[in-house]
Design a binder for this molecule. Structure first.
Ligand code: PLP
Length: 411
């Protein structure tokens, strides 16, 4: 490999809630970690919040540092390169054609973009269709903005693959007079990378009932094994016009702390309404250094880096799924096709061992496995695990879970 995905990055004291949250009162995640005391002899392995424990591609810090050397940081407008690199990225990675500068709009965050789009598409208290399990950030932001989330559960087929339940979706759309849906592609937390036929079927229903779609494609660069991401807007002319898509280099390149995302909207009416809506707070503006981060990320080195990253993540996911199948009786997992998240279903194990899901989570935390409660993701016996770590750390975590949590007792 050209890039380093094996060194263990010490992030302590470097502004990372992934590792510091257990010591930080009142910070997202700290209440949860506060339930457990780390046993002596164990260090913490960060496997919860969705960022990565790898150094990013060097062209990103290089671009930021180069610009920062010039000691004036006044008002600015995004450079042509910003738009050109985004257009190239989507063309080269996903075969997108016809994307122009005017279709791209800056968003501070993907969630902010989702809310701006919903503010255009919905009126107060409207119902919005989502699938469950559901990314925790949707629950907070969509509910918090006064929309009524109507959940259509994904169901696992005989091979354990999560599928949409079209009948249920249609019924809920009709019953709740729904005209907006949020679609997560690839899906967090199940890791599904949707197939063209599945999305076509979904869009057929949305067309029939005049439902507009906000498609969160923040994970679309992180595709595992032989899977392939298909942008929802490329499915058909109708999908292109019915969909607001939101992207970011933040998940792909570990830039969440720098802030910076963007939307792609082909439909002019939607785009202009969204731009107006997101301008109202006067907070939705680009940071110069995060613009340089994106330009550095979408350089040729960034393409290579992401290809290598996806290989590493695929290896970690394959190892973890095999390990669970072989060693953790009563724990079920559907192998993710994208993202670096694993959603464990521990119901059978909890029932067989007379241990509650809360107690099970504490057992993991006590031996340093910082995993995440799946219940806020609408997964009753779920635990979400982030596998974006050097393989040696992933292996260590699973060995601890084997020895001290699922198959042994803690001393
Ligand atoms: C599906 C999904 N959307 C959005 C976000 C957050 O994006 P942002 O920080 O840009 O709002 C995440 C972060 O994990 C995510 O998983």
């Amino acid at each position: 490999m050209k890039y380093d995905f094996t060194s263990i990055l010490d992030r302590r004291g470097k502004d990372a809630i992934a590792v510091d949250a257990p010591e930080m009162e009142g910070i997202f995640g700290s209440d949860y970690f506060g339930q457990a005391k780390l046993k002596p002899g164990f260090d913490r392995i960060p496997m919860w919040v969705a960022d990565m424990n790898f150094p990013t591609v060097p062209t990103i810090p290089e671009a930021i540092i180069e610009r920062a050397k010039h000691p004036a940081y006044g008002y600015f407008a995004p450079r042509d390169e910003y738009f050109d690199e985004i257009i190239r990225w989507h063309e080269k990675r996903n075969g997108v054609t016809g994307l122009k500068r005017e279709h791209i709009g800056y968003e501070n965050g993907v969630l902010g973009g989702v809310i701006s789009a919903l503010n255009v598409l919905c009126s107060k208290g409207d119902s919005v269709l989502l699938h469950s399990p559901t990314y925790i950030g949707f629950t907070g932001s969509i509910g918090g903005n006064g929309y009524n989330m109507v959940l259509s559960p994904l169901v696992q087929d005989e091979e354990g693959i999560w599928r949409m339940d079209y009948e249920d979706m249609e019924k809920k759309i009709v019953e709740n007079h729904i005209h907006a849906a949020v679609f997560c592609s690839p899906h967090n937390p199940t890791g599904r990378v949707w197939e063209r036929e599945e999305m076509e079927k979904m869009m057929e229903i949305y067309r029939k009932y005049d439902v507009y779609v906000v498609c969160d494609e923040i994970w679309s660069d992180l595709i595992l094994n032989d899977n392939r991401h298909i942008p929802l807007q490329s499915i058909s002319e109708d999908a292109r016009n019915r969909t607001v898509a939101v992207y970011a280099p933040s998940k792909t390149f570990n830039l969440a702390g720098l802030i910076g995302s963007y939307h792609i909207v082909y439909n002019r009416w939607l785009r202009e309404r969204m731009d107006k809506e997101s301008s109202l707070s006067h907070y939705n503006s680009m940071n110069m250094l995060s613009m340089y981060a994106l330009i550095g990320a979408y350089k040729p080195e960034g393409y290579e880096w992401v290809d290598e990253l996806c290989q590493v993540l695929s290896g970690n996911i394959n190892f973890a799924c095999d390990f669970i199948r072989e060693h953790f009786k009563g724990v079920r997992v559907s192998k993710p096709q994208g993202t670096y998240m694993l959603l464990l279903d521990c119901e059978e194990w909890c029932r067989a061992n007379g241990v509650s899901i809360g107690e099970l989570q504490v057992k993991g935390l006590e031996v340093g496995v910082l995993w995440q409660d799946g219940r806020p993701f609408h997964s009753e016996y779920g635990i979400r695990m982030n596998l974006a770590l050097p393989f040696s750390r992933v292996k260590e975590a699973f060995e601890r879970l084997d020895r001290y949590v699922f198959n042994g007792t803690q001393e």
